[in-house]
Each structure stands twice: as structure tokens, then as C-alpha cells.
Design a protein around this ligand. Structure first.
Ligand code: ATP
Ligand code: MG
Length: 230
């Protein structure tokens, strides 16, 4: 079991294959200090999601280790890992229920005040209060009450409430209007503050705001550096 973690992460000589002799990652070495944000970029099939899959222990590496604060994550219980590593998926998950329930999913015992404070912090409050029933508006899993950008902001509020030490974000590729995009960028800064984060980034503005950019190609790291260096 993990004590409260700091969020130092080290991918150490990672080799991984989903199918025999078809390596998806070939010798990944990456050290991320607690609190830093990393943008994972690269062509389709380059290994971005695979890195995330290993960090979440959806799979274990064939060779090498993922080290979290000095512990091989294989030696940590899944529950403990899941409680500290939060994921915001690309297809931002909305379930049938109220907006409030959807945000509170990040922390089930959160008060209404905490839910609203999280929504305010990520600039979701304004659009929520403009909905017919505000925070009590019912949304559907596949419904279209919410735009893609609004879904993203809701998922940010949920993640902020969950407050994980390590945040993983698979950025939506859908086009979003400029105003919402600006809100998302500001919200992202708030969300990344003080946690280690890995972002599968598609927007240039997101990539720019990360401390480190990791360029993957065919399962290898081709380049690392910040936006000015690359
Ligand atoms: P994208 O931008 O399309 O999401 P990605 O960079 O996330 O791409 P990965 O999903 O990590 O790429 O895929 C890396 C390699 O592993 C690819 O060759 C892919 O075909 C293969 N792969 C990914 N998932 C599986 C799987 N579940 N089973 C078999 N092979 C897989
Ligand atoms: Mg992917």
C-alpha cells in the first residue's frame, strides 16, 4: 500500500508488446519530477496510450519498471494506485444523472459547496447556471445537452474534486470554439497545479503549457524538451 504519494515517476527501460514480437514500446526511459506536466505527442500508433496503460497498470511491461516515488507500481495495490492516479479520458465520460452528480463522482462525499467551488475553479459554473435546472439539470450518457467543450470542463471539475497526485488527461480532438478553448486552457492550468500530469495532447496551446514535451515515434522517445527547446 502506498502512503500519500509525491508523484515522482520513472519509466525505466520499458519494453512492452501487446502481441508477441510486435513491440509497442521499445526502451522507454523517462523521469518525471513531482508536480511536472508532460505532453505526450506523436503519430497514431506511436505508443502514447500504451505509456498511459502501463502507468495505470492496465498492462505490465514485458521488461523494465514503472517506478512511483521509488516503488515499482507492481508492488502497489491497484486500489491504492487508482486512488492516487486520476484519468480524464478523451471521450469525457458523462453518465445519466444530474450535472451535480456527474461532478460529485470525483469525490462521492463532496458537499454542494465543494461541487460548485470545483466547477467555478474550472470555469464550468457559468454555463451550468445557464442550463434550465442549473446543477440539477439531467444529462444523458449519450445525450447532447452538453457540447464537447462543456463535457471537457465538467470532467475537469470532477478531476479537481478527486484531487489525484498524478493526473492523466487524454485531450479531446473534437473542434471547440475559441471561447471555450480559452476557458479550457485556463482550467487546465488550475487542474495541473501541484500534480504530476501526463497529457496526450492535440492542441498546440496545451503542448505549450506543459513543462516537458515527449515526442514518440514507433514506440521510442525521439525528443524531449519544452516548447521553446523543440
Ligand atoms: P493514437 O494517436 O492513434 O491514439 P497511440 O500513440 O496512442 O496512437 P498506442 O495505442 O499506444 O498508440 O499503440 C501503439 C502500438 O500498439 C500500435 O502499433 C498499436 O497498433 C498497438 N496496440 C495498441 N493497443 C493494442 C491492443 N489492445 N492490442 C494490440 N495492439 C495494440
Ligand atoms: Mg492513443
Amino acid at each position: 500500500k502506498l502512503p500519500a504519494i509525491k508523484g515522482n515517476i520513472h519509466f525505466e527501460d520499458i519494453v512492452f508488446e501487446y502481441e508477441k514480437d510486435r513491440p509497442a514500446l521499445r526502451g522507454i526511459n523517462l523521469k518525471v519530477r513531482a508536480g511536472q506536466s508532460v505532453a505526450l505527442v506523436g503519430h497514431t500508433g506511436s505508443g502514447k496510450s500504451t505509456i498511459i496503460n502501463l502507468l495505470c497498470r492496465f498492462y505490465d511491461p514485458v521488461q523494465g519498471s514503472v517506478i512511483l516515488d521509488g516503488h515499482d507500481i507492481r508492488d502497489v495495490t491497484i486500489e491504492s494506485l487508482r486512488s492516487q492516479v486520476g484519468i480524464v479520458l478523451q471521450d469525457t465520460f458523462i453518465f445519466s444523472g444530474t450535472i451535480r452528480d456527474n461532478i460529485r463522482f470525483g469525490k462521492l462525499n463532496a458537499t454542494d459547496e465543494e461541487v460548485e467551488a470545483a466547477a467555478k475553479a474550472v470555469h464550468a459554473h457559468d454555463f451550468i447556471v445557464n442550463l434550465p435546472q442549473g446543477y440539477d439539470t439531467e444529462v444523458q450518457e449519450r445525450g447532447n445537452v452538453l457540447s464537447m467543450g462543456q463535457r471537457q470542463l465538467l470532467s475537469f471539475a470532477r478531476a479537481l474534486l478527486a484531487d489525484p497526485r498524478v493526473l492523466i488527461l487524454d485531450e479531446a480532438t473534437a473542434s471547440i470554439d475559441t471561447e471555450t478553448e480559452l476557458k479550457i486552457q485556463e482550467a487546465l492550468k488550475t487542474l495541473l497545479q501541484g500534480r504530476t500530469s501526463f497529457i496526450i495532447a492535440h492542441r498546440l496551446s496545451t503542448i505549450r503549457s506543459c513543462d516537458n514535451i515527449v515526442v514518440l515515434d514507433h514506440g521510442r522517445i525521439m525528443e524531449t524538451g519544452n516548447h521553446d527547446q523543440l
